[in-house]
Write a protein that binds this ligand. Structure first.
Ligand code: LLP
Length: 416
């Protein structure tokens, strides 16, 4: 199903006309399709139906409470990396017993808050973290369930900034160290080791690195058995890529088929932590053309959304499709750099795009549901955008646009 589609040359989100939506809420704004989120999550869930499993959506990909609510209603678990994400999941009615707490730098307060909320499992990334969790759990008279996050030293073949499973990355514990920790786990009185985890990177477009990682983890669990250590949980992380330009990642169905084949004989409880593949194609950024600048070298379309609103192009040189919300009749296409109002040359949404653009046109930056709004900032003192959720022919404001007043207030609150 196409969640964003043209009808008589006008772009729609599900059954909602985006020109009308932009008029009502103003630009720039993010718009999401609820159906896309539900279909993607369900494709993950169905794909492992023969195996005990849970899908823990990676909140960092898009943490709007109303989106988390949609996922919680489907029965999703959640992968969190901070107390802020924990509070978002709880506010959305998510089940703490389905929460996995990942991340290399969990603070004392964050661990205490997660224990108080009774999250299901901490994915532990170092011996020091294990000792800290044990100590805090003891103080709170609790037993913390943990899984060790293994760094299997596998090249995920993705952008270096989002590759996490190699020894040069800060994430996880080497196999050797993890083995040693497992053998002496009984000295930690207030943790219970239930499993192991790995996440080797994001935007993976091939199946092979996933398969390699799972093989490593299964071997590790087998080796532990010879030392009478029996684990029940295996968390294989997230990372499935999507198609932004000409990548050809496996579909969710293909990915799940491959995984369920590889895990068909296991009795382990499997956790997955997909983020991008659930929300990327569910979101777009609507932005209006403010100025058009022709020079002998280049044409620039200066739009009202900038790198602070969508950081992926500036940070990773990421490519997002950019299309007109109303298609012109007989378009005279020209190459444009589509750039924002921020005072940096890194402030672009797309470069060298062949498109017809007129002043005041509204453009849609596609595939902007993941790592988009949630990575936005107030750089240049720009208020963050409104977010709107579309459900069939209905639409709901799920985050109001920030005001300048919101921006200044935290500083004005300080009494001298
Ligand atoms: N689990 C862990 C432990 C992670 O670190 C991540 C993502 C995920 C799951 C979800 O991965 P996904 O299924 O979304 O690939 N800002 C970057 C992506 C950073 C990913 C960080 N970790 C981007 O815009 O491409």
């Amino acid at each position: 199903m196409t969640y964003f589609h043209y009808q008589d040359n006008e772009l729609y989100a599900e059954e909602v006309n985006l020109t009308a939506l932009a008029k009502q809420y103003g630009t720039p704004c993010y718009v999401y399709s609820k159906q896309a989120i539900c279909d993607n999550w369900q494709a993950f869930d169905k794909g492992l139906k023969k195996i005990k499993h849970r899908i823990c959506y990676a909140v960092k990909a898009n943490s709007n409470i109303h989106i988390l609510k949609v996922l919680a209603t489907l029965g999703s678990g959640f992968d969190i990396v901070s107390q802020g994400e924990l509070e978002r999941v709880l506010a959305a009615g998510g089940d703490p017993k389905k929460i996995v707490f990942s991340g290399v730098g969990k603070s004392t307060n964050e661990i205490a808050a997660a224990l108080a909320a009774d999250v299901d499992c901490f994915d532990v990334e170092s011996l020091q973290e294990l000792e800290r969790i044990n100590k805090i759990a003891k103080q709170h008279n609790k037993i913390a369930q943990i899984a060790l996050r293994i760094n299997p030293n596998i090249d995920a073949k993705t952008h270096p900034y989002i590759s996490t499973g190699m020894h040069e990355n800060k994430f996880g514990i080497t196999m050797l160290d993890a083995f040693a920790i497992c053998k002496k786990i009984n000295i930690y009185s207030h943790v219970k080791l239930i499993g192991i985890a790995a996440h080797i990177g994001s935007q993976l477009t091939e199946l092979a690195p996933f398969a390699e990682s799972i093989t490593c983890l299964l071997d590790f669990i087998e080796r532990l058995k010879t030392h009478d250590i029996f684990l029940q949980h295996l968390n294989i992380g997230g990372g499935l890529g999507v198609r932004y330009q000409n990548e050809l990642p496996p579909s969710i169905e293909e990915y799940m088929n491959a995984i369920s084949k590889q895990l068909s004989n296991t009795q382990l409880y499997i956790t997955l932590e997909p983020g991008r593949a659930i929300v990327a194609n569910a979101g777009i950024l609507l932005t209006r053309v403010e100025y058009i600048k022709h020079s002998p070298h280049k044409n620039f379309a200066i739009v009202d959304a900038g790198m602070n609103d969508l950081m992926r192009p500036a940070l990773y040189e990421a490519w997002h499709p950019i299309i007109p919300v109303i298609k012109h009749a007989n378009p005279a296409k020209t190459h444009y750099d589509i750039v924002g109002p921020v005072c940096e040359s890194a402030d672009f949404l797309g470069k060298n795009r062949l498109i017809e653009i007129k002043l005041d046109d509204i453009l849609a930056v596609m595939m902007a549901g993941a790592y988009s709004f949630c990575m936005s900032s107030n750089y240049n003192s720009r208020p963050r955008l409104a977010e709107i959720l579309v459900d069939g022919d209905k639409h709901f404001l799920i985050r109001r646009r920030e005001t300048i007043h919101d921006l200044l207030q935290l500083e004005k609150d300080i009494k001298e």
